[in-house]
Design a protein around this ligand. Structure first.
Ligand SMILES: *Cc1c(COP(=O)(O)O)cnc(C)c1O
Length: 433
């Protein structure tokens, strides 16, 4: 299968090129040329299948032409070493829990899948070591580092701003060892990002080592998230609740929801989608006005959704033929302030006992506000509340337990390489590797 760029100015790319490059040369996002519809029989029997079996079928529809059959099966099963259950919160409202992976957030699936697919291409070509550079303000670093942990043939360098990430986030990429190196930069996030960008453009470095990125817009990171929606449908069907199912996705860069919309294009019978935003309301405003007007991002309680110019909007727009009418017919939006997020978390905890994290709270509230008679709503709980322990404890007045897998990382020994924000220092370090 070939991949085209949303900007339509770049040549078609193979899957391998799209994965290794990430962004198209015209700075557009790659889209698969064809979206295969899955047969009715698959949906009729989907409730009898496991998450892994469902994901395998979906992965074959996307990647089956480009990845050898047995390898693809292995990539899918290796990636999905954990479940994503649907849990009842109250009548007509269900939580699709996407936080059962190693770093307790939904980005694990995309990062793990990408790591394994990249490894597959590296092996096929008999290339030497490939080095992934990633700058993080917290969560991306942990998902990428854990996703690539122990994957042979790839070394990951995570650059993060010294003293600017929470201890829970920091331990998730500084205590891993093996093929993961954490680089503590004496600067802010923008300095880390600038170092990574300069490295990609530096001739000496590129002659010395193979460099690639693991950006969230990479097709190998974003498409596998479609697996979630097929599984949500299957688990709701199992309970006899899938006929008028509405999916609600707390959204920032819009990768997760876009993957769900790809699912819908493959025939997944979800009635409609809701995109739940925090105070960063660019998509919400687009739905109301038909105008897409990016803004500077605003800091909120649900900080993984603080995006002022969501990259994947380009994919949504392309998928619906640039039609505002088609987009609003299938997707609605909601936007919540920090005060509303706090109130929602308290209300849900008081009345149901369910502990929401600030991102999931936007999803839960949007279902509450927008669900119609006869519909069943499922929202993505995109992160475990313990990942935001200080905030959640403070808002709810509880002491939420930290899951074992996170507690283990917090006890691990922190190992970092320290560097200034000066590119010369960083370059010199990499040249010694
Ligand atoms: C990344 C993230 C989001 C936003 O997902 P997008 O795909 O960028 O829309 C929501 N919640 C959490 C916890 C995240 O880490």
């Amino acid at each position: 299968m070939k991949y085209y760029s949303t900007n339509k100015q770049a040549p078609l790319a193979t899957l391998r090129d799209a994965v290794v490059k990430g962004l198209a040369p015209d700075r557009g996002l790659y889209m698969p040329e064809t979206i295969h519809r899955l047969p009715k029989s698959f949906f009729d029997n989907i409730d009898k299948l496991s998450f892994q079996e469902i994901a395998h079928t979906v992965a074959e529809a996307f990647f089956g032409e480009d990845v050898e059959k047995e390898s693809l099966r292995q990539i899918v099963y290796d990636t999905l070493s954990f479940d994503c259950p649907v849990v009842r919160v109250e009548d007509h409202i269900y939580s699709l829990e996407l936080f059962h992976g190693p770093t307790l957030a939904f980005k694990d699936v995309g990062a793990r899948f990408m790591a394994r697919l990249l490894q597959y291409f590296i092996r096929q070509e008999g290339r030497g070591l490939v080095n992934v550079l990633v700058a993080t303000s917290g969560d991306t670093g942990s998902a990428v580092a854990n996703g690539f942990l122990g994957v042979e043939g790839i070394h990951v360098y995570v650059l993060y701003p010294k003293g600017k990430v929470s201890p829970i986030q920091e331990c998730q990429f500084t205590t891993l060892g093996q093929n993961i190196t954490a680089i503590e930069v004496d600067g802010v996030f923008d300095d880390c990002q600038a170092l990574v960008k300069k490295a990609f453009l530096d001739k000496d470095l590129n002659d010395h080592m193979q460099l690639t990125s693991a950006n969230s817009i990479n097709v190998a990171r974003f498409l596998p998230q479609a697996f979630y929606y097929f599984n949500a449908y299957a688990r709701m069907k199992e309970m006899g609740l899938a006929d008028q199912m509405v999916m609600c996705v707390p959204s920032g860069n819009f990768g997760n929801i876009t993957a769900g919309l790809f699912g819908a294009h493959m025939g997944l019978p979800i009635k409609r989608f809701i995109a739940a935003n925090n105070a960063n309301d660019i998509f919400y405003n687009y739905l109301q006005t038909g105008k897409y007007e990016p803004k500077a991002s605003r800091q909120t309680l649900a900080n993984a959704m603080d995006v002022g110019d969501p990259s994947n909007f380009a994919r949504v727009y392309d998928l619906y033929g640039a039609s505002h009418h088609a987009i609003t017919a299938y997707i609605s939006g909601a936007t919540y302030s920090d005060d509303q997020i706090r109130a929602t978390m308290r209300q849900c905890h008081d009345t149901t006992g369910y502990v929401l994290d600030p991102h999931g709270a936007c999803g839960y509230q949007a279902i509450k506000d927008l669900l119609r008679e006869g519909e069943e709503g499922v929202f993505c709980e995109t992160a475990h509340p313990a990942k935001f322990k200080e905030k959640v404890d403070d808002i709810l007045g509880i002491d939420i337990a930290i899951p074992d897998r996170l507690a283990k990382m917090m006890k691990g020994k922190k190992e970092v390489v320290e560097t200034s924000k000066d590119f010369g220092d960083f370059k010199e370090y990499l040249l010694r590797q």
